[in-house]
Design a protein around this ligand. Structure first.
Ligand SMILES: [Zn+2]
Length: 159
């Protein structure tokens, strides 16, 4: 019986090596996925998000995509359901090209609000017809952001 086990062990050694190699590769892939993969155009807005939220943005991918902005999708967050997974944000490249600094910040913060802070939309309207939250379901006039930025920061990061 012992001999049989030895024989089988020997015969499967090649297979075992393969399995270990595979496990090793899988582990290193997970390590890679844990890190950020953020295109450099987005980094300043991720850094300002980290500064105001006091949170490290981890396990996130932010990429350009063609989201067919002309109807109106400017960005999208795919939240991962798995602990070791990585959430992905896609930003419409056509919109980004034409957006102002404020609009870029609003968009990245909004998507990070979904992906990192797990926030859903808040569609309430406050003063001068401006949304009360950056988590408003769509983009909104830049004058709102400029006038009420302090309020938006507080609303996004403290509640
Ligand atoms: Zn949204």
């Amino acid at each position: 019986m012992i001999n049989l086990i030895k024989k089988v062990w020997k015969k499967t050694s090649f297979l075992r090596v393969l399995t270990y190699t595979f496990l090793f590769i899988s582990c290193s892939t997970t390590e890679v996925l844990k890190k950020q993969e953020i295109e450099k155009e987005f980094i300043p807005y991720v850094l300002s998000f980290e500064k105001y939220s006091g949170k490290q943005v981890e396990a996130i991918r932010i990429r350009f995509a063609n989201l067919d902005y002309m109807p109106k999708v400017t960005g999208i967050c795919y939240r991962t359901k798995f602990k070791l997974g990585i959430s992905t944000i896609k930003i419409d490249s056509y919109y980004w090209e034409k957006a102002t600094d404020n609009e870029k910040e609003m968009l990245i913060w909004h998507e990070l609000g979904h992906c990192v802070l797990n926030k859903d939309h808040n569609n309430s309207i406050g003063n001068r017809g401006c949304p009360i939250s950056i988590m408003y379901f769509s983009g909104f006039p830049e004058f709102c952001y400029v006038n009420y930025k302090r309020h938006y920061i507080k609303e996004l990061f403290q509640y």
